[in-house]
Write a protein that binds this ligand. Structure first.
Ligand code: ATP
Ligand code: MG
Length: 500
């Protein structure tokens, strides 16, 4: 039925009827069928076999048209969530604001989820129920509503089903609103997304200011796609870019956990450095999300640049990235500053604990998964002082810790940033890869060197360069107590965690 509405010719021009689609054939779009995920194909086929319309939609179609391998595949259909759920063995209806179905394939680490959304109606805010509070304070009212907004017009429930052309109109950018049928190999395009993809334009569908009001996160998405496709020279359409800055305050209403996730998408999907650059280019370095403000403000600090570049590299190599690692790098200077302060009247270890807790509360706050995030960040930070102390017993326990690698990678970035002596990084690299006998031998050698240095202080190596590295590269074995007494008062506890 829906397909019959589609005109089978290709027209250019932005002012066309948005309920009439262009149908683009394989010769024109050139999508390689073997780049389409087989599970997404299965989902489309299963739904079509049951008589529903089903298409691959959104980012995957955009990426395929741009000749990029999509990172995930979403499917859109006219089947309701219940109908989708009943078509698959392992499918789960999730979400409140936006009900969707997760169809799961495989198990464990190898499992894959295909997100299936039902075509949404494109209703205006004045057709929606307006509730007084937000998603938290109006939970009860929202329970039975399928379309609701708050006082500013922000969508709190978006679960009214509609036609495909309505579904297309409520998507964000024209390049994100195309549907691909992998069986017929046709692309269905209501908003000139194909032409915009070719022209490298990121254009909001409809009136941009109104679309940002409905969902202010679209401002962050505009920034994210600008960064993601910066290497392809994508530009924001001027009308899309214009209202963004002025509407930034709307982001304060968005739940913190959603903003936190959006920030991570900016920073952990392979274009962290480009994201920072885009924010600077558009003069939007401040006001999106407090933690992101900190990242951008520190984006020139050697440790933070190294962390952002390292994250991009890892994503490009298909390696996993953890928010705890990047945030530990970004917030390390806060921990360091507070630690110095607290050490004035507390022993180093409790002072470090207090500093870590306070920085986490202050900068990260109440986000989903905060328990694990805090634990992982604390572990990375706490390991730093132990890397520098290198006592015989602690070296062995440290290297055996399950999160040793994260702590060590963090230390390596500190070496790269000039905070820690290079030979210390090298020592740990060798130590972590050595056999237990070789590890014992390394500790023995280190002890002997320390003793020699204690006997002739003049022969001691010069300390590392940065203020963070006050004691980096020096050896604090369990033996040389006399050496501590000989140190000048200036070498009181190192800021990087080395107790005196
Ligand atoms: P990525 O490759 O980064 O995943 P994506 O376009 O697939 O990009 P998703 O967040 O996965 O982004 O969203 C899938 C699709 O859902 C988008 O392409 C867009 O059509 C639609 N969409 C997502 N979020 C919004 C939003 N806030 N407003 C309107 N449409 C949205
Ligand atoms: Mg996606």
């Amino acid at each position: 039925m829906i397909k019959s509405l589609i005109t089978r010719f290709w027209r250019k021009g932005a002012n066309k009827d948005p309920s009439v689609a262009d149908c683009i054939g394989v010769k024109q779009h050139g999508i390689q069928l073997d780049w389409v995920d087989r599970h997404a194909m299965d989902v489309v086929k299963t739904l079509q076999d049951r008589g529903f319309d089903a298409f691959i939609v959104g980012g995957a179609v955009r990426d395929l048209i741009l000749g990029l391998k999509p990172k995930d595949f979403d499917v859109a259909t006219n089947a309701t969530p219940e109908e989708v759920k009943s078509a698959f063995r392992r499918a789960f209806i999730i979400g409140k604001r936006f009900r969707i179905v997760h169809v799961v394939f495989g198990r464990g680490r190898e499992h894959e989820v295909i997100e299936v959304t039902t075509f949404r109606a494109n209703l205006s805010s004045d057709q929606a129920h307006q509730v007084k509070g937000n998603e938290r304070t109006s939970k009860k009212d929202l329970q039975h509503l399928s379309h609701a907004v708050d006082a500013s017009g922000r969508l709190l429930r978006d679960n009214v089903w509609g036609e495909q052309h309505e579904d297309a109109a409520r998507r964000d950018f024209t390049v994100n609103a195309m549907y691909y049928d992998p069986i017929s190999q046709e692309v269905i395009d209501y908003h000139g997304g194909f032409a915009d993809a070719k022209k490298r334009i990121l254009r909001m569908i409809g009136d941009p200011a109104q679309r940002y009001r409905e969902d202010p996160v679209r401002i962050v998405r505009a920034l994210r796609f600008s960064a993601k496709f910066r290497h392809l020279k994508f530009k924001l359409d001027p009308a899309t870019a214009k209202p963004m800055s002025a509407l930034l305050p709307l982001l304060e209403q968005v739940p913190q956990s959603r903003m936190f996730d959006e920030m991570l998408k900016l920073l952990q999907t392979g274009h962290a450095l480009a994201s920072v650059q885009v924010l600077k280019d558009l003069n939007m370095q401040k006001g999106i999300y407090p933690l992101l403000d900190v990242v951008v403000e520190r984006a020139d600090m050697p440790l933070v640049v190294a962390a952002l570049a390292d994250t991009d590299r890892r994503v490009a190599e298909g390696k996993p990235v953890a928010p705890s690692f990047l945030l530990a790098c970004v917030l390390w200077s806060d921990v360091d500053t507070l630690w110095r302060k607290y050490r004035k009247d507390q022993p180093p270890q409790p002072a470090l604990m207090s500093a870590m807790d306070e920085v986490f509360e202050w900068r990260v706050g109440d986000v989903s998964g905060r328990g694990k995030l805090a634990a992982d960040m604390r572990e990375i930070w706490a390991m730093q002082s132990r890397f520098e102390r290198r006592t015989a017993s602690s070296c062995m326990t440290l290297v055996a810790q399950p999160r040793f690698r994260a702590g060590f990678d963090f230390m390596r970035l500190r070496v790269q940033a000039g905070e820690v002596a290079e030979d210390l990084g090298q020592w740990w690299e060798t130590f972590s890869l050595a056999s237990p006998e070789d590890q014992q031998a390394m500790i023995q050698t280190m002890r002997q060197q320390a003793t020699t240095r204690v006997r002739s202080p003049a022969a001691a190596k010069p300390a590392a360069r940065s203020e963070h590295a006050e004691s980096s590269g020096e050896v604090a074995t369990e033996a040389p107590k006399r050496r501590r007494r000989r140190r000048s008062p200036r070498s009181a506890p190192g800021p990087d965690g080395s107790p005196s």
